[in-house]
Design a protein around this ligand. Structure first.
Ligand code: CA
Length: 229
């Protein structure tokens, strides 16, 4: 699973550098140049983590952080704040407003990458772990293998990513559009009913021996994974 990282940084050169390096680290990166754009992008598609500059035009980084924390749907969204050296009190306030960690400028890319990994591991273990398990289904990401009870399940790459994504958020209902964004990527044009086709294949592979169907179809809303409920 490729984690989506939203980078909010108004300095073009630094934004480009962050995009290049985080992309190399295996993240899908989106850039926002100010606080207003950041909030808009989060509304469109909640990222897995936000790298948020302290000093931003329009809506400041602190304010963005506060607003994200105030809303139930983004309350637990991991946020790493970027601050300038010497903003000691600001740093502390940064943590008060609910940032999960902060990095002081100038920083090395390997330092930031390490912080991102640590925050994701702590807050969204599903993104960082090699192995996901729910009920009798196990996804081994390192080996790219899936098991249900004692049976090995063979999945195509898209079905694997779909299952991986659903396993990260058991019980949560996703619309077809959300699944398209998360699994196929928002820059790829795929029709919503393609999701139904791949869900169908995933179901067929998982439920070979008349086991309970772990994938729930929510009429007019989408799909969710309900294993061992
Ligand atoms: Ca700035």
């Amino acid at each position: 699973m490729i984690p989506n990282v939203l980078v909010v940084e108004d300095e073009d050169a630094l934004a480009a550098l962050l995009q290049y390096n985080l992309d190399k680290e295996g993240y899908r990166v989106t850039i926002a140049a100010d606080g207003e754009e950041a909030l808009m992008l989060v509304d469109e598609r909640a990222p897995d983590l936000v790298v948020l500059d302290w000093m931003l035009p329009k809506v400041s980084g602190v304010e963005v952080c506060r607003r994200l924390r105030a809303r139930p749907e983004t309350r637990n969204l991991p946020i790493i704040m970027l601050t300038a050296r010497g903003e000691e009190s600001d740093r502390i306030r940064g943590l008060d407003t609910g940032a999960d960690d902060y990095v002081v400028k100038p920083f090395s890319m390997s330092e930031l990458a390490a912080r991102i990994r640590a925050v994701l591991r702590r807050i969204r273990p599903g993104l960082a772990e090699d192995r996901l398990q729910h009920g009798d289904i196990t996804v081994d990401r390192a080996a790219h293998r899936v098991r249900r009870a004692d049976r090995e399940i063979h999945l195509g790459p898209t079905e694997f990513r779909l299952l991986d994504y659903l396993m990260q958020h058991p019980g949560r209902v996703f619309s077809r559009e959300q699944l398209l964004d998360a699994v196929w990527g928002s820059d790829v044009y795929v029709e919503a009913r393609t999701v139904d086709v791949h869900i169908g294949r995933l179901r067929k592979a998982l439920n070979q021996y008349v086991e309970d169907d772990p994938i729930r179809t929510v009429r007019s809303a989408g799909y969710s994974l309900d294993v061992g409920a």
